[in-house]
Design a protein around this ligand. Structure first.
Ligand code: C2E
Ligand code: MG
Ligand code: MG
Length: 734
């Protein structure tokens, strides 16, 4: 029996099967051992393909009744459907009656579990006639699973189960290749969580992980397809949307994502709130390879965060320009200190009750050799990102202390402290040194800190507060109303003053605003905690009166004074006791900026540069053409491939009111954009001026015939151009 088995297994046909160098009984014993160890199984069939032998251990795995003898060998497998390649080649090998090796097939166990097998076999010839198969099979389910697991692990983020960065970038490459072949667009969104770090730091990393999982689930729910969402790492996610270029739809999805992520979470019984910012880029308009598309979505995300977080932003070419400008500015900022280009201006802080100046805020100024005065709102964020803030901040602090120490009468000076400076361990020592060197009374130094310092690690922030209070300086909470505006901070942090942000002050005078009630509550809280309140950016008397009626004690704003240089300031101080009469408009001027944007309109194969004076979802007011008949149809070129079909509804001399055929949609930046765009290739093919990708935005050109005809005479405009348009527009409104 054993001998026969050994022959069956190793024999090369019954007749010609001498076993080299091993006795037959030895070979059979080895086969037994092999079977007993469960390392693999032997099998054989007759000419009809019915099982004539199967190693004992395999019967239970392959046959429902416990024995596979006389069953059709092929039917032991593939019950689960013949999807895999092996499941197609095994019957083929059987039909061909040829030798085959390591074909992978599946079987289903009685309990429903799928097993994977690797099968090899060769035909048995008896006197030249096919007499069946013999072979070997191996249960490879374990290897298969671990391979699947490791490939899942290689492609998925272990925490959230979403695709990982590597997999997403492969997927994006592939999708873009297919999209470009099929001339179809593909959108991507980069999503970054706002305030995630705060949760991680205050509730711990386990809570942070739990939060990320919930965020992932919400994202999948909004997007509707797990295979389109990935976690790139940290708190950054990416979504891919093949076939979509409709910015109305994309804006809606981005808004849903932000709304969904911004709903409260419960983690280990604690409630927490985070937000999200989204950057969107669409191929081929915003880049046709994955690198440029991702880079541009990232720029859009950066702009969304810079625009106040909790919002989405579409990529546009001006973001590239802004990024380039930023880089140049950053280079110049490196030398600004050495080149003595920085200066401090001081803005009085006035007691509203009696117009008495009680202090000042030091505001840094940069006189750039080419660009003139650059706003700190612009260069401080650059300094914060490029590590220049420490040097600049130290300079401002030392300089302000020195200048203030020389003022007569002991006026308090407030210095703005960046969260980056505040987080530095050496900061209290720096403050101590600035005080010692200047001889300024610590009571006269106030440090203005924004709520974002609470985003740093919790314990360290409290220690920092303690160390600073230990020096005897005062602390003010700046820009209240713009950040998280949590009254919780006020209870625990040792602030001496709350500064209500100017946007909050402005909003308060608007009809139906809730800001008044909130300011009243802040003032009441501040009084209870013995803190001062300053209203920032007060310009008009309606704001001023409102702040006084709400019992805000101090006012800082143009109604009293702009920030002024030190020498000018010192002169006023020398006059002695200093009061300022408020002066300003009765009401807040609404900054309704007249729009001035150069765009093009296309009519009858001619391209006209015009000025866009007004833009709404449904229409536009343009200037630059005269006597255009009502009903005329235009294509308005809003730049970057945004072409909107419009009809003239009103025409008055050089202004036309246009109505769009398709409504515009929000661009995520307070502006409007077209839903769809013409790709750069389509624009080039149509001979339209186009903003090169990565270039410097839309450049309108003179009236010309579309289609590359250079002969200006042949392109006489079909309408008279406003004869004076160039001069007039540029002269009066440039
Ligand atoms: P901030 O600390 O909230 O300073 C108040 C800002 O409001 C100043 O802008 C000031 O000129 C402006 N302002 C005051 N009154 C009025 C008003 O009535 N109307 C209007 N429209 N604006 C008013 P500025 O000087 O451009 O500074 C902007 C921001 O830059 C500051 O906001 C502060 O956050 C930051 N900054 C300025 N200097 C420094 C500094 O030395 N270090 C740091 N880290 N940040 C600074
Ligand atoms: Mg300030
Ligand atoms: Mg402020």
């Amino acid at each position: 029996m054993v001998l026969r088995k050994a022959r069956e297994v190793f024999g090369r046909g019954a007749a010609e099967a001498p076993l080299p160098r091993t006795s037959e009984s030895e070979a059979a014993a080895l086969c037994h051992t092999y079977e007993d160890l469960g390392l693999g199984f032997f099998w054989s069939t007759d000419a009809e393909g019915r099982v004539t032998y199967l190693s004992p251990g395999a019967h239970a795995l392959l046959a429902e009744q416990g024995s596979a003898l006389n069953q059709v060998f092929l039917e032991l497998f593939m019950k689960t459907g013949s999807e895999s390649e092996g499941e197609r080649t095994l019957p083929f090998a059987f039909a061909r009656k040829g030798r085959f090796e390591k074909i992978t097939v599946r079987s289903e166990r009685a309990d429903g579990e799928t097993l994977w097998w690797s099968i090899s076999g060769e035909p048995v010839m008896v006197r030249g006639e096919f007499a069946g198969f013999r072979g070997h099979c191996e249960d490879i389910t374990g290897e298969r699973r671990s391979a699947e697991e490791s490939s899942h692990m290689a492609m998925h983020d272990a925490l959230t189960g979403l695709l990982n960065r590597r997999r997403m970038s492969q997927l994006l490459e592939r999708t873009l290749t297919v999209s470009s072949q099929q001339n179809s667009p593909c959108a991507i969104m980069l999503i970054d969580l706002d305030r995630f770090k705060q949760v991680n730091d205050t509730l711990g990393h386990a809570a942070g992980d739990a939060l990320l999982k919930q965020v992932a689930a919400r994202l999948v729910r909004v997007v509707g397809d797990k295979e389109k969402v990935s976690r790139l790492g940290g708190d950054e996610f990416q979504v891919i949307m093949p076939g979509t270029d409709d910015r109305g739809v994309l804006g809606d999805i981005a808004t849903s994502i932000i709304t969904s992520i911004s709903q409260p979470y419960t983690i280990d019984g604690s409630r927490c709130l985070i937000g999200a910012s989204v950057g969107v880029a669409v191929s081929p308009f915003d880049g046709d390879d994955s690198d440029s598309l991702v880079r541009n979505a990232d720029l859009a995300l950066y702009a969304a965060k810079g625009g106040g977080r909790g919002r989405f932003r579409f990529f546009s070419a001006d973001l590239l320009k802004a990024a380039a400008d930023r880089r140049l500015l950053e280079e110049d900022l490196h030398d600004a200190l050495q080149r003595n280009e920085l200066q401090i201006h001081y803005q009085p802080v006035v007691r509203a009750m009696d117009n008495h100046v009680v202090g000042v805020e030091a505001l840094v100024r940069w006189n750039h050799p080419e660009h003139g005065s650059v706003s700190p709102a612009r260069f401080i964020p650059i300094a914060e990102e490029s590590n220049l803030i420490k040097g600049i901040g130290e300079w401002v602090l030392r300089r302000a202390c020195t200048e203030a120490a020389a003022w007569p009468g002991g006026l308090r000076v407030a210095v703005n402290v960046s969260p980056v400076q505040f987080a530095d361990d050496g900061f209290p020592a720096l403050v101590a040194s600035a005080l010692a060197n200047s001889g300024l009374d610590p009571e006269l130094l106030e440090l203005e800190i924004t709520e974002s310092v609470f985003l740093q690690e919790g314990g360290a922030t409290n220690d920092r507060f303690k160390a600073l209070k230990g020096l005897g300086v005062r602390l003010a909470l700046d820009d209240f109303g713009t950040g998280y505006s949590s009254l919780g901070y006020l209870k625990s942090a040792p602030f001496d003053k709350i500064k209500i942000d100017q946007s909050f002050v402005r909003g308060a005078t608007e009809a139906g605003s809730r800001n008044r009630a909130i300011i009243a509550a802040i003032v009441a809280l501040a009084q209870a905690l013995e803190m001062d309140t300053t209203a920032e950016g007060v310009e008009s008397f309606d704001q001023f009166d409102l702040m006084k009626s709400l019992n805000v004690t101090l006012v800082q704003g143009y109604i009293y004074s702009q920030p002024i240089p030190n020498d000018e300031f010192v002169q006023k101080l020398n006059d002695g006791d200093w009061t300022i009469e408020p002066m300003g408009p009765a009401f807040q001027r609404h900054d309704r900026q007249a729009m001035f944007r150069r765009v093009g309109v296309i009519h009858d194969n001619h391209y006209y540069p015009v000025v866009l004076r007004n833009l709404s979802v449904s229409g536009a007011l343009i200037e630059g053409l005269v006597d255009v008949p009502l009903g005329t149809e235009f294509v308005v070129d809003l730049g970057e491939g945004q072409l909107a079909v419009a009809r003239v509804r009103r025409s008055r001399k050089r202004q036309q009111g246009l109505e769009f055929e398709h409504a515009l949609v929000p661009d995520g930046n307070g502006g409007l954009c077209t839903r769809h765009r013409a790709s750069p290739y389509q624009l080039a093919a149509a001979g339209l001026p186009q903003s090169p990708k990565g270039g410097d935005g839309f450049q309108p050109v003179g009236p010309h015939l579309i289609g590359g005809n250079d002969d200006r005479k042949a392109s006489m405009p079909a309408f008279a151009m406003a004869s004076d348009w160039k001069g007039a527009v540029l002269r009066t409104e440039g």
